[in-house]
Design a protein around this ligand. Structure first.
Ligand code: NI
Length: 136
């Protein structure tokens, strides 16, 4: 019997979508307003879902306080009020699209969670645009 436990989180961050090996014109054609050289911000919302067996002793799949603390230390402290391109080492050479951000978030949380737990992360860049990664 497996149960999924989810926790929502939030961070604000700036980014710019571009490839330094492309001309400004090509970046503009592909990334549009997101290629603004002066960066722009998003209010990112996050849902972290953890699936596993219920521990018969505690009745928990995962202690939500521990999950909350991991999200804070690994994601919020690293990304909140940061410029993703400039301040976050994972994006030094990786375009900070929602797709790439959700994979980085997944990898950071996967590294600290119990390996028996299945992880899925959904990242909302806007209320209508969101991406999901579960390690596939
Ligand atoms: Ni953007």
């Amino acid at each position: 019997m497996k149960v999924t436990v989810s926790r929502k989180a939030h961070f604000n961050a700036a980014h710019r979508l571009y490839r330094p090996d492309w001309s400004f014109e090509k970046n503009d054609a592909v990334f549009g307003k997101c290629n603004n050289p002066n960066f722009h911000g998003h209010n990112y919302d996050l849902t972290v879902s953890v699936t596993g067996e219920i521990d018969p002793e505690t009745g928990y799949v995962v202690d939500v306080k521990i999950l909350k603390d991991f999200i804070k230390s690994e994601i919020e402290d690293a990304f909140d009020h940061k410029n993703l391109n400039v301040d976050v080492p994972e994006f030094k050479n990786l375009n900070p699209t929602a797709e790439n951000i959700v994979v980085v978030i997944y990898d950071k949380l996967k590294a600290v969670l119990d390996s028996n737990l299945k992880l899925e992360v959904t990242l909302y860049e806007t209320p209508r645009n969101f991406v999901t990664y579960s390690g596939l």
